[in-house]
Design a protein around this ligand. Sequence first.
Ligand code: HEC
Length: 132
Amino acid sequence: MKTLTISLLFVATAVLLAACGRNDVSFADDVQPIFDRYCISCHAGTGEGAEVSAYVMTDYNGVMTGTSYGPVVVAGSRMSSSLYLVVAGKTAPEIRMPPHNDESFAEGRGVMLSADAIETIGLWIDQGARNN
Ligand code: HEC
């Protein structure tokens, strides 16, 4: 009986460790590349998004600093983070990011992020929005 309990504990720990390891999102390796590819054409330098909202997404500090109204990331909660809400399509169409429909305020147009990319950003926020 004792052996069984101990081996069950072992299995539980292994499963837990595997789950954590698999889902650990890295800002530098997983998140910033998405921003580099789909966002900084507008959210850097004299880009439209940087000029209108003051949101500069070229590095971790800029991403966390947010817009002229304040931060758009609430570490630990994707559903409280407008960064997540605008990419996941959970806001009014006008402010979805990247802007990808006729109702967008922005002049430029992009395509909606893939479900994978959206989930990567969501997980990164839920895991504490670390600079890892
Ligand atoms: C074609 C240009 C363009 C691209 C590409 C773009 N943005 Fe934007 N973004 C804007 C403009 C313009 C604004 C300010 C006006 C607005 O809110 O629509 C803005 C505003 C924002 C805001 C502030 C929203 C608010 O009102 O709180 C966030 C967050 C944001 N963008 C995130 C992103 C992310 C993440 C990406 C890439 C996945 C992205 N943007 C790609 C142009 C762009």
